[in-house]
Design a protein around this ligand. Structure first.
Ligand SMILES: Cc1cc2nc3c(=O)[nH]c(=O)nc-3n(C[C@H](O)[C@H](O)[C@H](O)COP(=O)(O)OP(=O)(O)OC[C@H]3O[C@@H](n4cnc5c(N)ncnc54)[C@H](O)[C@@H]3O)c2cc1C
Length: 411
């Protein structure tokens, strides 16, 4: 059901990405009248995501198992490659992650939101926020060439990484130093890959400031991509496919059938994600893991909090920033420790030369980090994961070695 006539609404959600739809579903379930505005004609398209997500986190959110046609593959192995040829394999005891068809996943979340009562208005870019006396009162949309003002008690901004609307409220947008620029390709004809393994290619020569990835499907196709903090990601992708000691072999016969570009935010959550009548959620609030760039689970986690706080604010007739600041606190209580650890891990990884990366992967293998992590079934909350893993002597040894390496590189 796509609403054509725009009904009076309590809450407006900008953007029908996973985060916008999950927030809309939870608002509607609380009895809030909610309308989602999406600039594109079809939910989930164009897709800009590898859709590699933790099964346990999806399960914890009641989103796994998923309906047929969304899951493309599941994985229990991650192969990490240095640019100089070292390989460290992490083999876990059960499927831990899944690769989703992101467009279908987004469509599924929007169907759930609509079933709960949310209305969707497609092809309708939100052009600006309506702000009166410092308070967000609604949005201006463009529909069929005409502009329309839609009023609401609260606006939830889930516009993604562009963060254009957020800036109108005076909130600080994403830190440019935390952004990396990604390219992702659909390829056919990969070879020499294990179907239950994702490949991760580290190194400044191929993906400075991030890494490259290959996520295979059983039919021989794969999602291949990388992100960089400088330079043109297309140039690096060509280099990865033609020169990388492992990727070039796996992709020597591969044909790119589709390619897309997008930004990933790795700088950790913005300091303030609320204003009078306004909450920012998902990528636009940088609720994304600084290590992997994965934003779906953290975005959904915060979307649920946003919906909870927004529905209470509406019920109590107080959408002031003073009331809405609980949203920031609730998200912080859930995620700040993990963000802190992941920001440091990202800084550590970025500080390593290709030679040191090679050494790190070899040392991980020698110390038995793979065995210490074998029972891991949670990859999102990496701060808590590290705390648990530190009960194993191999992890203590590895972390001590990483610490010394970091200190020697950054005296
Ligand atoms: C190459 C790449 C690979 C990735 N791989 C993974 C991965 O494997 N796992 C993972 O967890 N995360 C991954 N991510 C991150 C993930 O894609 C994001 O964290 C996630 O999509 C955030 O969801 P969102 O709803 O906040 O934003 P988005 O998914 O970006 O959705 C925003 C929506 O808002 C709409 N919109 C924007 N502006 C307006 C407007 N003014 N008016 C109306 N509509 C508007 C957009 O059209 C879009 O539909 C990847 C990102 C990239 C770039």
């Amino acid at each position: 059901m796509i609403a054509q006539k725009i009904q009076p609404t309590d809450a407006i959600v900008v953007g029908s990405g996973p985060v916008g739809s999950y927030a809309a579903e939870h608002l509607a379930k609380k009895g809030v009248i909610v309308t989602v505005f999406e600039e594109h004609p079809t939910i989930g398209l164009p897709s800009h995501c590898a859709g590699h997500i933790s099964i346990r986190s999806l399960r914890n959110m009641g989103l796994y198992p998923l309906p047929k046609g969304i899951v493309e593959n599941t994985f229990c192995v991650a192969n990490f490659h240095s640019p100089l040829g070292a390989k460290f394999s992490l083999k876990l005891s059960c499927p831990v992650t899944t690769a989703l068809n992101r467009a279908r996943f987004d469509q599924y979340l929007s169907e759930k939101a609509q079933l709960a009562g949310a209305s969707y208005v497609m092809n309708s870019p939100v052009q600006s926020l309506l702000i009166k006396e410092g308070r967000v009162k609604g949005v201006t949309i463009e529909k069929e060439g005409a502009q329309d003002k839609i009023y609401s008690k609260i606006v939830l901004d889930a516009e993604g990484v562009s963060s254009r609307l957020l800036r109108q409220t005076g909130l600080k947008a994403l830190k440019p130093s935390g952004l990396v620029y990604a390219v992702e390709a659909e390829v056919e004809g990969v070879q020499d890959v294990e179907l239950d393994a994702v490949e991760v290619y580290f190194g400044k020569s191929y993906a400075p400031g991030f890494y490259g990835w290959l996520i295979p499907r059983p039919d021989g196709s794969a999602k291949v991509g990388l992100a960089t903090n400088h330079g043109d990601p297309r140039t690096y992708l060509k280099l990865l496919m033609s020169k990388h000691p492992v990727a070039s072999k796996q992709l020597s016969k591969a044909k790119i059938t589709q390619i897309g570009y997008h930004t990933i935010t790795l700088g950790g959550p913005i300091n303030r994600s609320y204003a009078d009548g306004f909450l920012a959620v998902g990528d636009c609030a940088s609720q994304v893991k600084p290590t992997t760039g994965g934003g779906v689970i953290f975005g959904l986690t915060c979307a649920k909090e946003a919906a909870e706080v927004a529905s209470q604010a509406i019920a109590q007739g107080d959408v002031s920033s003073n009331f809405l600041k609980t949203y920031q606190k609730r998200c912080g209580d859930l995620l700040n420790f993990d963000f802190l650890v992941m920001l440091r891990l990202r800084r550590f990884l970025n500080s390593l030369s290709d030679e040191k990366l090679d050494e790190v992967l070899r040392v991980c293998g020698k110390l038995g980090v793979d065995k210490a992590l074998r029972d891991v079934n949670e990859i999102d909350f990496q701060g808590k994961l590290l705390l648990t893993a530190m009960r194993k002597p191999a992890m203590v040894a590895a972390l001590s070695y990483f610490g010394l390496l970091y200190l020697s590189a950054n005296p």
